[in-house]
Design a protein around this ligand. Structure first.
Ligand SMILES: Cc1cc2nc3c(=O)[nH]c(=O)nc-3n(C[C@H](O)[C@H](O)[C@H](O)COP(=O)(O)OP(=O)(O)OC[C@H]3O[C@@H](n4cnc5c(N)ncnc54)[C@H](O)[C@@H]3O)c2cc1C
Length: 385
């Protein structure tokens, strides 16, 4: 049966930016009726954890495994939020080994990478739980309602009120809307949602509002990096060659090696049951495209095992994998925005009672968790004024 829900504020998306926004919003709006709508089964979005039904006891962070904060401009809003997360024991400084592999002799040094500049932090639980716990910091009496497995496909704005329709036909109404995903604002929605007009464009037609037009025009120039992650559930007797005991270990591949092996990084994640999980990341466009076309998982799993073994052959810490390791593959159609970032000045539209946050806004955190968090903090502050 289709349902109708009414709220003061609706948030679309349950990634880290939406969770940061919701948490800060609840701090000063305890009487408001708030709901968060997410298509997935839980929170975290692109920084979430795969809890496999097939491989019991494994928790692999398959999107962003950790996050880095550069904050070169010393933004105090961001600094104090990160300090809060540290004080509440939600995160800690990540002092795991970070090894940079490059051509020639596989020598290792501490060179920096987009995802490792500045201070690195890891969740004290899993990445999914980090998003959950961020909300729980201020959702003390369960003020917020969650709707999971609800894909919003249509937006309407009439009589100063938003109406959202999910793919199941449920309707959600609110006076204010926060949208943390570009899916409903970008042309990729047409194919993914099988619709013929971008939902926000349909809700607010062209020339009705200059700032909405600017936002949609600027998003037209944004594209997205697809990625593959290979989750390797290693055999019981697989371990390091050395006695490394920290939870994570990161290997980054320099460009030439990345081109050769098709991996950008390999992240080892020690599990609670002491087994060693491995996540191999690839954004090599030829590799990702050929995987997408071929739809031959077994072939690509074997290829990843072979490349892994070749890459780490003779490495002093990493053992070879056998050909019967269990692997699952995750394809991220839009793992990160690239191209033009959206100006922060377009983040809020008071006439249409809508605000936006996410890693698609301008700033040094563009395309990373840092940008997601900062945009959410700025949005919440703007809403207050
Ligand atoms: C494989 C991978 C590795 C990465 N590595 C790093 C890293 O090392 N460091 C780093 O800083 N960043 C990394 N990133 C990027 C980082 O994960 C993102 O910047 C960050 O998680 C984005 O958070 P967000 O809340 O802005 O967006 P999202 O996490 O995308 O949240 C948006 C949410 O909205 C939901 N949604 C979308 N459309 C709808 C709809 N119509 N109806 C309902 N729900 C909807 C989505 O399911 C999603 O949960 C990585 C990303 C990937 C995929």
């Amino acid at each position: 049966m289709k349902s109708n829900y009414v709220y003061d504020l609706l948030i679309i998306g349950g990634g880290i930016s939406a969770c940061v926004f919701a948490s800060k919003y609840l701090q000063s709006n305890i009487t408001k009726k708030v709901a968060l709508i997410e298509v997935g089964r839980g929170l975290g979005g692109r920084s979430s954890t795969r809890i496999s039904k097939r491989f019991k006891g494994w928790k692999l962070n398959h999107g962003s495994p950790n996050f880095n904060i550069c904050n070169s401009k010393n933004n105090l809003l961001l600094k104090s939020f990160i300090d809060d997360l540290l004080e509440n024991n939600l995160i800690k400084k990540d002092d795991s080994d970070l090894v940079f592999l490059y051509e020639e002799s596989n020598l290792e040094n501490g060179k920096e990478f987009d995802f490792s500049n500045g201070d690195n932090y890891l969740s004290l639980s899993s990445m999914t739980q980090l998003s959950q716990k961020i909300i729980e910091l201020n959702n003390l009496r369960g003020e917020i309602d969650f709707y999971f497995e609800s894909l919003i496909i249509d937006l309407k704005f009439n009589n100063d009120e938003w109406t959202l329709t999910s793919i199941n036909g449920d309707k959600f109404k609110s006076k204010y809307l926060i949208c943390s995903t570009t899916l409903l604002l970008h042309k990729r929605s047409l194919e993914i949602l099988n619709i013929n007009q971008i939902p926000l464009r349909k809700a607010i037609p062209k020339n009705k509002d200059k700032r909405i037009d600017l936002l949609l025009n600027s998003l037209e120039k944004q594209s997205f990096i697809p990625r593959l992650t290979f989750l390797i559930y290693t055999n019981e007797d697989y371990s390091y060659k050395d006695f490394y005991s920290k939870k994570y270990r990161y290997f980054y591949l320099e460009k030439e090696l990345e081109n050769k092996y098709k991996f950008e990084r390999v992240v080892f994640q020690l599990q609670e049951n002491n087994r060693l999980g491995i996540v191999v990341y690839s954004k090599n466009i030829d590799f990702v495209n050929s995987y997408t076309k071929a739809k031959d998982d077994e072939f690509y799993k074997q290829k990843v095992l072979n490349n892994f073994n070749e890459l780490f052959e003779g490495n002093s810490s990493i053992n070879q994998l056998t050909c019967n390791e269990k692997i699952s593959i995750m394809r991220w159609r839009a793992s990160q925005p690239s191209g033009l970032a959206v100006p922060l000045s377009l983040q809020i539209n008071r006439k249409f009672r809508i605000g936006f946050c996410g890693d698609w806004f301008e700033g040094e955190g563009f395309g990373r968790i840092e940008g997601s968090i900062l945009s959410a903090l700025i949005l919440e502050r703007k809403l207050k004024t």
